[in-house]
Design a binder for this molecule. Structure first.
Ligand code: ADP
Ligand code: MG
Length: 675
């Protein structure tokens, strides 16, 4: 048996349980061992039966003297046992578990843990944990008489079940496992050894050793994460050369001069950073982060122009077709006057695209259909990670393109350090002048009708246009049929019951691309007043005339995600509004949403959500390459710095640590490159 052994090959775990384990993300022995308890029940106080006190949480060991099923007057079944040791005896009862009389039988040695109560005038233990001791030498207990681990459970997998499957592993398999962290790191940071830490995280002697184990795994987790990032960085730089671009200052100045606006200082600074990268023969791998509306597209356009001046092609990949269309329009406007051929690759197109300087399309399309002569630059919009594999596909004759990734998702510094440690970061932390704050209100259920009425007036009197983003039903990365149905139903309901006098449109990912484009076109031209949409299609959409954004079940979204959504309106400087409908009555969730009424920067909202709900929520459901930490926390800046320091020291000489290297390899496959 090895750590990679699939769980269904372990004793007492068949295919049915393996399926359930999979729901918890557990497929291998290692996964199971890394399924750490979230807390322990303290059953470590062992007491003679004669000395038990009411109210105590204790453990006892004794012999089963009697066991029987009894019926109450109301027809409930009670299981009653009597357990005795040398000091006395006590009654133990369970409810509605008639099968227990087969498990617990007189004469057995038994361990019991639970809370002692009065029952009439005698003491009793109600529904305690128990475990039967087989004859033979005294075994270590796992459910009673110690700190007992509690695990996150799923249907049909109780903590007790997990304990009894993990315990034999900890006993027989874990002691033989080899440490993979370098010795000097263990020593310097006073970390518990691997096998000790595994044992102590599941079956600790005391809370202190449990904490020590946790400390080791938190370190390990962040350390591996950063090693993986640094390794990606290294291989990115090493594998291939990029085209070194000449920077023609005069031409670049001409480019900015022909824009209808002055670039912001942040845009200028960011461009300098990008140009510096483009001037090297190491391929750029830069993340351009800027709030919605901060003007990322024009920064990308400038970089594309530089590629063009150097006779290289560029590709811009968008997450959706709608966005690809939009980028195509923008780039054509700003770049074709300069002689650059911009082409769009869309779904229906059969032939491959060849004659272009810049090709715009979705990720998949560009990979499948484009023929690049000399690809010098790839720009990726609204996505975080450009996989090593995908990049590999674009490397030709050992030349790799420069890659610029753009995102409006604010990434807190601590997360950028760990997850995106391989990317260089440019921040667009300044908005173009003249933008107004989007007025945002959290709308309680009883004000729904009034809010609709207000919307109608906006649309009718002020000729405003509105988005209604439909409920997020499942927190899933793909638009589910259920969301599509919900959006469709909601549109029908609104058209019939609420806004019969207005023109409504529907937009979701399952529409044919022609239909989508038609709807968008109608919305752009003002032929649709209100566009009902699923959350998925929204990212990055630019409809300058829309000013109202209504979001249903807002409590299900991350704050930064809501901020991104509301960034869709008021894009041409008008006063815009965002209404957050919430079905939740919980005070904390209302308070959380109310943050959007006051806070107006994505990064601040992201930091806040990081504190309130953890990192999973920041990215919401739409972004790839993101996952929750198991043990460590992204808010632990001290540990992040420590592990970063160690990772930087080790990465250059990783070959000297084969065990660590092996662990890292397997880790990288599993976590970082799921695609
Ligand atoms: P995002 O960063 O969300 O992708 P866009 O690139 O779509 O933002 O820009 C939003 C809008 O702001 C566009 O209409 C764009 O033309 C405009 N814009 C970009 N930069 C400036 C600027 N420096 N001054 C004024 N308007 C700008
Ligand atoms: Mg954009």
């Amino acid at each position: 048996m090895i750590l990679a052994t699939p769980v269904e090959q372990l004793p007492l775990i068949g295919p049915a349980y393996a399926k359930r384990l999979k729901k918890l993300g557990i497929t291998t022995t290692q996964d199971l061992l890394y399924h750490f308890p979230f807390r322990y029940l303290d059953y470590s106080l062992l007491s003679p039966i004669g000395k038990l006190q009411a109210g105590e949480t204790v453990s006892l060991r004794g012999k089963v003297m009697a066991m029987k099923n009894e019926y109450t007057k109301k027809g409930r079944k009670i299981q009653k046992a009597v357990v005795a040791d040398k000091s006395g005896e006590i009654q133990v009862i369970w409810f509605n578990q008639p099968f227990l009389i087969k498990t617990i039988t007189p004469g057995q040695k038994i361990g019991i843990s639970g809370k002692v109560d009065w029952f009439g005038r005698s003491l009793v233990l109600v529904s305690p944990e128990y475990e039967i001791f087989k004859e033979g030498p005294k075994k270590e207990t796992i459910h009673t008489g110690r700190l007992v681990p509690l695990y996150h459970e799923t249907y049909g997998l109780s903590s007790k079940w997990l304990r009894s499957r993990i315990a034999p592993l900890v006993k027989k398999f874990v002691p033989g496992l080899k440490e993979f962290l370098p010795k000097q790191i263990l020593a310097q940071h006073q970390l518990m050894e691997f096998n000790q830490a595994l044992k102590n995280s599941h079956f600790p002697l005391n809370q202190k050793s449990a904490d020590e184990a946790r400390k080791r795994f938190a370190f390990e987790e962040l350390f591996l994460l950063q090693l993986a990032a640094l390794q990606r960085k290294k291989s990115w730089q090493k594998q291939s050369l990029a085209f070194r671009f000449q920077l023609d200052q005069e031409k670049i100045l001409q480019f900015s001069a022909q824009l209808p606006f002055e670039l912001t200082l942040a845009q200028k600074r960011t461009l300098r950073e990008i140009f510096q990268d483009l001037g090297k023969d190491q391929p750029m791998n830069r993340l351009l982060e800027g709030d919605v509306g901060s003007g990322k597209t024009i920064v990308a356009a400038a970089a594309i122009y530089v590629a063009f001046l150097n006779h290289k092609q560029a590709a811009l990949m968008a997450p959706t077709q709608i966005l690809a269309q939009q980028h195509y329009q923008t780039l054509k406007q700003s770049l074709s006057p300069l002689g650059l051929k911009v082409a769009l690759l869309i779904g229906a197109q059969k032939e491959t695209a060849t004659d272009f300087d810049c090709l715009v399309g979705t990720h998949a399309l560009i990979h499948r259909r484009a023929q690049f002569k000399q690809l010098g630059l790839v720009v990726i919009d609204e996505q975080h990670r450009f996989g090593v594999k995908q990049r590999g596909e674009l490397i030709k004759k050992n030349r790799a393109p420069h890659v610029l990734t753009m995102t409006a998702t604010p990434i807190p510094r601590t997360i950028a350090l760990t997850l995106y440690g391989d990317l260089d970061l440019s921040l667009l932390d300044e908005m173009p002048p003249g933008r107004q704050k989007i007025k945002t209100w959290v709308v309680p259920p009883q004000k729904r009708a009034a809010a609709y009425q207000w919307m109608r007036e906006q649309v009718k009197n002020k000729k405003d246009q509105a988005f209604i983003v439909c409920p997020l039903i499942e927190e899933s990365s793909v638009e589910t049929m259920q969301s599509v149905r919900a959006a469709t139903a909601e549109k029908q309901r609104l058209a019939k019951e609420v806004f019969p006098d207005l023109k409504l449109g529907l937009l979701h990912g399952r529409l044919k691309s022609q239909e989508k484009e038609k709807t968008m076109e109608q919305f752009r031209k003002g032929k649709i007043d209100i566009l009902v949409a699923t959350p998925v299609v929204e990212v990055g959409l630019d409809i300058p005339t829309a000013t109202v954004m209504l979001i249903e079940t807002a409590e299900r979204f991350g704050l930064a995600q809501l901020h991104q959504l509301r960034g869709r309106v008021g894009r041409s400087g008008q006063q815009a509004y965002c209404l957050l409908f919430s079905e939740s009555l919980s005070k904390s969730s209302i308070r959380r949403l109310k943050a959007l009424e006051k806070i107006n920067t994505g990064s601040e909202l992201a930091e806040l959500d990081l504190k309130l709900r953890g990192p999973g929520e920041i990215y919401g459901t739409q972004q790839h390459g993101f996952f929750n930490l198991k043990v460590a926390s992204f808010s632990d800046l001290t540990l992040i710095k420590k592990t970063r320091g160690e990772a930087e020291k080790i990465i250059a000489q990783i070959k000297r640590y084969p065990a660590l290297q092996a662990r890292l390899k397997e880790y990288t496959i599993k976590v970082i490159e799921p695609n």
